[in-house]
Design a protein around this ligand. Structure first.
Ligand SMILES: C[S@@+](CC[C@H](N)C(=O)[O-])C[C@H]1O[C@@H](n2cnc3c(N)ncnc32)[C@H](O)[C@@H]1O
Length: 332
């Protein structure tokens, strides 16, 4: 989601590039000419990335769906088109692209500019907690700062050795649920979403990560359809964008399912439902972790006595709170 979701440096970290920032405008173009006109004929990987980054900057694209700058976004498209791995970046920057690789990369770069589609919807891939996920326009592009909490196995907020059941509400691609299942090999994980379209993607990713034995993808309106279980951890990145913020979002966010973004007038419709019902689904000493992004202030204003613990992140992002079951019970 917007601003606070710029914590998507998981993949950016994989896309290291020391290319000269292209700060000169390319050849003059008319309004109708192709945005990739003037691409170098015989380009190395680094040169084509540099060219694309310059075009992206010129077109004033928005970054925030897995990368946070033009160079990383360009690198992901060029690497994808050329079938290169980001971990071999240093060795391949100087490689001259084959004609087929160049053509494929330019087609993606052109679509990124003309259609304002986040790169992940062009490549159908995104990394989260170091794992690769399939994505398409049925699900939000994974970028939640909750990744850092999963990597830390929710320490120090819970003893990881005691975690047996985890629930993810609003699972989308399944990134949070699946990364949690991979971080807790002994835990069973339920991935819930109201959207049948999103759940089709969740299931595809569960299968891809061979987690069918320990994971369930369940259709549920918040808690209404979740299994009758008590969870050690309930985690959620629900829709939390309010009316006003939604109206002002850059074009790239309009490619994402509105069901994944819009949380009602003040963004907090789903968040209040989670807060009202979570205690009944948590084990004693269980924890609830919810991302609310820019709606943090509105939530604090709405529930001034709720003892939210707002978590901090090394890679950026915020607006994520933690509450224990006992805190929720005390306030209900
Ligand atoms: C912000 S997206 C998060 C997706 C994923 N967890 C992530 O972090 O990338 C919110 C998700 O909540 C789902 N959702 C919206 N309303 C819901 C509801 N009432 N109950 C359950 N899920 C809901 C949407 O379909 C969407 O997949």
């Amino acid at each position: 989601m917007p601003a606070k979701k710029s914590a998507s440096k998981k993949s950016a970290a994989k896309v290291r590039l020391v290319a000269k920032p292209a700060n000169k405008r390319g050849p003059a173009r008319t309004r109708d000419s192709s945005p990739v006109a003037g691409a170098p004929e015989s380009a190395t990987v680094a040169q084509l990335i540099s060219f694309a980054a310059e075009r992206f900057a010129h077109a004033e694209l928005w970054f925030g769906h897995g990368t946070d700058n033009a160079v990383d976004e360009a690198a992901e498209l060029v690497f994808f088109a050329a079938g290169l791995r980001h971990d071999e970046a240093d060795e391949v920057y100087g490689q001259v692209l084959k004609a087929t690789q160049r053509t494929k990369a330019l087609a993606l770069i052109e679509r990124r500019i003309r259609e304002r589609v986040p790169a992940a919807y062009l490549t159908h891939r995104m990394w989260f907690c170091g794992h690769e996920f399939y994505v398409d326009e049925r699900v939000l592009v994974p970028r939640s700062p909750i990744a850092e909490l999963i990597e830390a196995r929710f320490r120090p907020w819970i003893d990881p050795t005691k975690v047996r059941r985890i629930l993810d509400i609003g699972t989308g691609s399944g990134c949070i649920a699946i990364a949690s299942a991979l971080a807790f090999p002994k835990a069973k994980v339920d991935a819930a979403d109201i959207s049948t379209d999103a759940l089709a993607v969740t299931r595809k990713n569960i299968e891809r990560h061979s987690l069918k034995d320990r994971m369930r993808a369940v259709q549920s309106d918040v808690f209404d359809g979740v299994p009758d279980e008590r969870y050690d951890v309930i985690v959620s990145n629900p829709p939390y964008v309010g009316d006003e913020e939604l109206a002002g979002l850059p074009e790239e966010y309009r490619r994402e399912p509105v069901l994944g973004l819009h949380g009602g007038r003040d963004g907090l419709d789903i968040v209040h439902r989670i807060l009202d019902q979570a205690a009944a689904h948590l084990q004693p000493n269980g924890i609830l972790i919810v991302e609310v992004g820019n709606s943090e202030d509105a939530l604090v204003a709405a529930l001034p006595r709720m003892p939210f613990m707002w978590l901090e992140f090394e890679r950026g992002g915020g607006g994520v709170f933690l509450l224990t079951r006992e805190q929720l019970v005390a306030k209900s």
